[in-house]
Ligand binder design. Structure first.
Ligand SMILES: [Zn+2]
Length: 55
């Protein structure tokens, strides 16, 4: 499962407005939530992180 090694995963914001991680070319987060955007804005670090994606 090398494709899920942390060095290839990027931060993204899901449709639930939480921080997730995903593959750079994917439309869906590691946990299965749809991605709203992959660019993190200035205030996005204040958003909650997805538990499943973080641990
Ligand atoms: Zn997630």
């Amino acid at each position: 499962m090398t494709k899920y090694e942390s060095n290839v995963l990027v931060s993204c914001i899901g449709v639930d407005n939480k921080q997730h991680i995903c593959l750079p070319d994917s439309d869906i987060c590691k946990c299965g939530v749809k991605i709203r955007r992959k660019k993190l804005l200035k205030n996005d670090h204040k958003l909650f992180s997805c538990y499943e994606c973080t641990f």
